[in-house]
Structures are given as C-alpha cells and as structure tokens.
Design a protein around this ligand. Structure first.
Ligand code: 13P
Ligand code: SF4
Length: 302
C-alpha cells in the first residue's frame, strides 16, 4: 500500500490536518500540512477548521491542541510518545510549591502536562519565554519558572535579573557535551553555532544565535553564513537543509536525538487516521484552567 497516498486520501475524506514538529522524521515532515515549533503548532491547532487534528509530536503537544480547540478530534499517532522534561514536574509537586509560595506567579513551559498547566498563571514556549517572563517581572511579581532550568537561567542572564526556576531539563539538550561543540567548530571554523535555549549556559555562551526551532530555521535563512553547527534535536536539520539547499548544516553531537519524537512512522499516522484511534482527552476542569494559562500566553505573545 502507498501509505502517503492513502494518508492524503483519508485527510480529504475526513477533513483532517496533520501537524508535525520539526523533530519528527523527514517522511512525517513531508506529509504534514503544517510543520512548526511548539508555538506555531498550538496557534494552528487553535484556529483550524479541520474536524480532525493528527498531531505528529509528543503527548503534551496533542493535549495542548485539544485544550485550545476542544470541539476537534485530536489524535496522537503513538500514545507513548512523551516528553522527558514534562515528566520532571508533577501537579502534586507544583500544588505543594504554591501552598508554600501563595503570592508567586507560575510561568510554565509548554512542555508540561495539562494538570501542571492548569496550576499555572501563564504558559510560554521557547519563542516567547523571554517576553512573558519579563512582562511578569516588570509588573513587580515574584515568579517561578518551571520546569526547564536552562531556559530559566538564560532568561535571567538576558534580563540581568533573578527569579526561581524548577530544576527540570530536557536531557537531550542538557547533556550536550561542550567539547563536541568545540570540536565541530574546530572542524568548521566558519560555521555559526545555533543553539536551543534548553541547552546549558556553557553551550549558549558559545552560540552565535539562541532561539526556538523555528527561530533557528529563520535565522539560517536570513544569515549571510553558509555553514551552521546545530545544537538542538537532529530533526530540524532536514527542514534547514530543505530551506537552504546551498548551505551546510552539522549536528553538534549524534546524541541530539529525541527517541519519543522519533517513534512516529507513516504506518502509525495511517492507522491512527483510518481508525481514528489514540484520541486525546483532557478532563474538563483541568482543560478550563489550562486554557486560561494558554490564552494568557497567546495574549502576551502578540
Ligand atoms: P520548540 O518550541 O523550539 O519547537 O521546542 C520544543 C521542544 O520540545 C524542544 O525540545
Ligand atoms: Fe521533550 Fe526534550 Fe524531546 Fe523536546 S527534545 S520533546 S524537551 S524530551
């Protein structure tokens, strides 16, 4: 069976769209109606007229789509595709923190469960985190940023400020070996280093540009440079090479691969869409509170 053709046929028949994150395998990126970072995909999910959203990404992304557009059927091709960072804070832990710090505003990275989002004042992504964090600080608030310590530390450094950060991280970015980045730079001395803010400060300090996956892609298109060392998950290289056929991209380390993002195959997408299986549901009260925090992000990131 030609899976790509069948998926295309089912998409039309069922008025479905496929959203894919940049970390997905290239064959999944190719069948996507929209390819993007966490913010862009959430915005598309919120505004789509499609009846079915097939989310090729990880669980929190599909959950976010369901919260933002509850009338739609949201399907996740592989249910076990999760996010290691999202699992580093539980709603019980955050509830306990809030009891001890009742006046602190909670700013939560979108890489989190719906129940953690529901306990938050505002959500952010790597695209808008600096803007949102500094908005709350400028209002004179005490804040906790969770769960990513690295993006939190980066926001503190950029804003020359300080606030509380949770000690979670994305292990794929956090354990990127600085020596690997340095040796890639020695091999390609004219290459610019682009890094995701989930990397540790010692990596960000080496970078010519720090941004979300989409911001890195845009930077690679606009930059005069024609070689880049990429410090984020390897999937994004496919989109970068496609957008810049004359430029060269080097992955900083072969360890930059998120197994959960790589679970999804064309067969999974086909089966999920044909059987309308792996539907994502979010408990009503959780969805109500999580949506308030997501709406606040959308308002502040305009
Ligand atoms: P972006 O928001 O930059 O797409 O990042 C999502 C993610 O999971 C990074 O590890
Ligand atoms: Fe989560 Fe890291 Fe995978 Fe992104 S790369 S989905 S933060 S585990």
């Amino acid at each position: 069976m030609d899976l790509v053709k069948e998926i295309e046929r089912l998409k039309k028949e069922k008025n479905a769209i496929i959203l894919a994150h940049f970390y997905q395998e290239k064959e999944i990126q190719e069948i996507a109606d929209y390819l993007g970072d966490s913010l862009k995909l959430a915005q598309i999910a919120m505004n789509t007229d499609a009846d079915i959203i097939v989310f090729c990404g990880v669980h929190f992304m599909a959950e976010t789509a369901k919260i933002l557009n509850p009338e739609k059927k949201v399907l996740l091709p592989v249910l076990k595709a999760g996010c290691l960072m999202a699992d580093m804070i539980s709603s019980d832990e955050l509830r306990n923190y809030k009891l001890q710090h009742p006046d602190t505003k909670i700013i939560t990275y979108i890489n989190s469960t719906a129940s953690v989002k529901a306990l938050s004042d505002c959500i952010c992504t790597s695209t808008n985190a600096l803007k949102i964090i500094h908005h709350y600080l400028n209002e004179g608030n005490q804040i906790l940023y969770c769960p990513d310590q690295n993006l939190g530390n980066y926001a503190m450094k950029i804003g020359n400020t300080s606030f509380e950060v949770w000690n979670g991280c994305c292990p794929i970015h956090h354990y990127l070996d600085k020596q690997k980045v340095i040796s890639e730079k020695q091999k390609h001395p004219h290459a610019q280093i682009l890094a995701h803010p989930e990397c540790q400060m010692e990596i960000l300090e080496l970078a010519d540009y720090v941004g979300s996956t989409k911001q890195m892609l845009d930077y690679s298109i606009q930059s005069e440079a024609d070689e880049f060392i990429i410090c984020t998950e390897k999937g994004v290289l496919y989109a970068m090479e496609k957008a810049n056929p004359d430029k060269k991209f080097y992955l900083a380390s072969p360890t930059l691969s998120c197994a959960h993002m790589k679970f999804t195959t064309l067969k999974d997408v086909y089966e999920c869409l044909s059987q309308e299986k792996n539907e994502i549901f979010v408990e009503e009260v959780v969805a109500f509170h999580a949506k308030k925090a997501l709406d606040k992000m959308m308002e502040l990131s305009k």
